[in-house]
Design a protein around this ligand. Sequence first.
Ligand SMILES: Nc1ncnc2c1ncn2[C@@H]1O[C@H](COP(=O)(O)OP(=O)(O)OP(=O)(O)O)[C@@H](O)[C@H]1O
Length: 255
Amino acid sequence: MSAALQLDDVAIRFGGVQAVDGVSFAIEQGDFVGLIGPNGAGKTTLIKIIAGILRPDRGRVRLSGIDVTAYATAARVRRGLALTHQIVRPFREMTVLDNVVLGAGYRRTSNPFGAMLSTDRRHEIERAAHILAQVGLAGTENKPAGSLPLGQMKRLEVARALAVDPQVILLDEPLAGLNHAEAARQVETIAEVQGRGITVVLVEHNLEEVMRICRRLIVLNNGKVIGDGKPREVMADPVVHDAYVGGGMVAHAEG
Ligand SMILES: Nc1ncnc2c1ncn2[C@@H]1O[C@H](COP(=O)(O)OP(=O)(O)OP(=O)(O)O)[C@@H](O)[C@H]1O
């Protein structure tokens, strides 16, 4: 069976900076992978390349064996990819429920606003309400998304990603800015998502949580993969340790 997500020799340069430098890996369906590395390692750039927001200078991106390197983001979403952003970006004046309904529309059509007006909107609404309950946001359906506290807004991001019925979900710093209780709740939500067989790729600075929940870590430094394997083994590797200490960041100092 093809890997859920496969990268072959992916690279991109911004001026003098080789942000991603020949990255290759394959992630199996249902795996739970933490993509980590010191500041500036290339994590966000790589996530953007996987999502089709940036085109690599070279290399290939495959989803379930299909080469999507030339696909726009919307076409990748229709192939089962979902993305949450580091900075939460709901439509703030729209209700929580409509934000999720709109997310679902992306999977079916390139015009999600049109999808909101479609005849099976009742079905979409029921489905969106169900997803909101799954991420612990039942009762918030009719509130404007912009009125939610950050912890709930980050769960809404996950709900919007789930609405496209993804096979692979990319989470960019889903715990950033959350207090301990909110982070714990968000981790529960993410673990539940992975428990449903969805492949999860997580970029996160909270190494303690990453080590606890991920089955595999891929470590980037200066755009290159410098570690790949079981979390404890990877973090025990002196090369990985040096990259963090050298980068001025000590394991589990952030969160
Ligand atoms: N649009 C851009 N133009 C120029 N340089 C960029 C651009 N985007 C990223 N870079 C550079 O590419 C490198 C990788 O950045 P990236 O944001 O991917 O790292 P990161 O691992 O996500 O870092 P952080 O943990 O701080 O978010 C950095 O040196 C960054 O300054």
